[in-house]
Design a protein around this ligand. Structure first.
Ligand code: HEC
Length: 189
């Protein structure tokens, strides 16, 4: 076995043993929350894309930087309220410090998503059901803010990013790279 295969196997075993400690998710519950998670993340994604696209047209990439935070949209708040959930995004190379991977389990999950084509999954903790779905650098426009600094990201945008996110890790990506995860947290009962 190659090194990375052994690592994957190891990670699967750890995640599996974590699962044993969690409450079992019945297949009905899994399907129900997978469907909800997919719908909510698709909606959130289209809200974000539409707003960032409009902002780029209106004032260029530099101006659009402030339209990439989910908290900027009251419509995301309404989605949270009406679905009794909390929508966020996480990444191993996060721009906003609030979007870092939150614990060991998320770090393991990240590695599994990296080595696998699985689109989404659900984890259950004692209080929550958490739906995760992969995000890729799917459009060339993403590179204007997440690509290579001088080649893809113009100078005014670099300056704005530096000012708002001094600890930014989210650059250097290429088209189709694995970028992050949608994370939709639902109360477990
Ligand atoms: C106009 C600049 C801009 C564009 C274009 C852009 N982003 Fe971002 N992106 C940002 C900013 C700014 C943040 C930090 C938002 C925050 O404060 O939560 C961010 C955050 C993210 C995050 C959350 C994790 C993190 O790093 O904090 C993901 C995932 C992400 N972007 C993916 C994408 C994808 C995929 C595209 C293309 C569809 C894209 N972005 C296009 C500026 C941009």
């Amino acid at each position: 076995m190659k090194k990375h295969q052994i690592l994957s196997l190891f990670l699967v075993l750890i995640l599996f043993s974590c699962h044993q400690k969690q409450l079992e998710i019945s297949s009905n519950t899994y399907s129900e929350f997978q469907k909800k998670g997919q719908e909510i993340s698709n909606l959130a994604q289209s809200i974000l894309l539409a707003n960032v696209g409009q902002a780029i047209q209106k004032g260029g990439t530099e101006y659009a930087v402030e339209f990439c935070n989910l908290n900027a949209f009251s419509i995301i708040d309404s989605l949270n309220h009406s679905n009794k959930c909390t929508i966020s995004r996480v990444s191993n190379k996060n721009r906003n410090p609030k979007n870092a991977l939150k614990n060991k389990q998320e770090e393991i999950l990240w590695e599994l998503f990296e080595g696998n084509v699985k689109a989404d999954t659900i984890l259950q903790t004692s209080k929550k059901l958490v739906y995760y779905k992969r995000i890729h650098i799917a459009l060339p426009a993403c590179l204007k803010c997440h690509g290579i600094r001088d080649a893809d990201i113009n100078l005014p945008t670099q300056k704005k990013l530096q000012k708002l996110y001094p600890n930014d890790l989210a650059t250097g990506y290429d088209l189709n790279d694995f970028r992050g995860l949608w994370k939709i947290e639902f109360d477990a009962n």
